[in-house]
Write a protein that binds this ligand. Structure first.
Ligand code: MLT
Length: 234
């Protein structure tokens, strides 16, 4: 299996997604949220790049609305982008439409892939298992506003480590090698590794330490949201 890592969606070269399983990572926090919601019984998640299209999709389908701009709740939305809000009591049996600053845009950028899956630290092992039979896997790090973010690269490294453990013998491109090395250097204390990074500190300044701890804990969830023919992740 060939595994490549895109440092940001802007790094996706023409043809890179042809025939590929794409794994989109926005570890802090959108893809952690989607995996959490589905694990807690949410019926489906639709990712909308823009707030207006999210509002429209939710009003047409009766879905709940979740997401953020500048990491805080969007007026009129049911949930912010905190995974801890998406409890079974609130999401079980309900559809959820999300719009976030970077995660849902990265998902849109992955639309040319054969499969699109969502992953983070919380479901790294499950994500590796979901793609282990693929010939070509492209891991797309969402980053922040077009810039590289370390947390997404570390989560990419975690998935690659799981693929290696599964015996999938992935052939890595240079960014995948770098992500794997970064993960090895940071594992055991992601809070420390990310202490000086931008988005981590933005979330910390908002008092979201519990979100950070939750999102940076590995393999707590077994579900991997995957885009279905109707465009919803289940
Ligand atoms: C995003 O999609 O940009 C992030 O999930 C932002 C956040 O952590 O709220």
């Amino acid at each position: 299996m060939k595994v490549s890592v895109m440092a940001t969606p802007l790094n996706i070269l023409p043809g890179a997604l042809d025939g590929a399983a794409a794994i989109v990572i926005d570890a802090l926090r959108m893809t952690s949220v989607a995996a959490t919601a589905l694990s807690n019984g949410c019926a489906g998640v639709l990712a909308c790049a823009e707030v207006d299209s999210a509002r429209q999709a939710a009003s047409e389908t009766g879905a709940l609305l979740g997401g953020e701009r500048n990491a805080v709740l969007i007026p009129g939305f049911d949930f912010s982008n905190s995974p801890l809000e998406y409890t079974a009591e609130k999401v079980a049996g309900r559809n959820l439409v999300m719009s976030t600053s970077n995660g849902t845009k990265a998902i849109a950028a992955a639309s040319g892939a054969k499969r699109v899956l969502l992953a983070a630290f919380v479901n790294a092992k499950a994500a590796a298992e979901a793609v282990r039979g693929e010939e070509k896997t492209v891991i797309i790090c969402a980053g922040t506003l077009g810039a590289f973010t370390l947390e997404d690269a570390l989560a990419a490294g975690a998935i690659i480590e799981r693929l290696q453990k599964l015996g999938a013998s992935p052939v890595l491109d240079d960014m995948a090698i770098a992500a794997r090395m970064l993960y090895e250097a940071a594992r055991g204390d992601f809070m420390a590794a990310l202490a000086a990074t931008k988005h981590f500190n933005r979330l910390r300044s908002l008092g979201l330490e519990d979100d950070l701890r939750y999102c940076l804990t590995e393999d707590t969830l077994g579900s991997v949201p995957e885009k279905q023919a109707d465009g919803w992740f289940r």
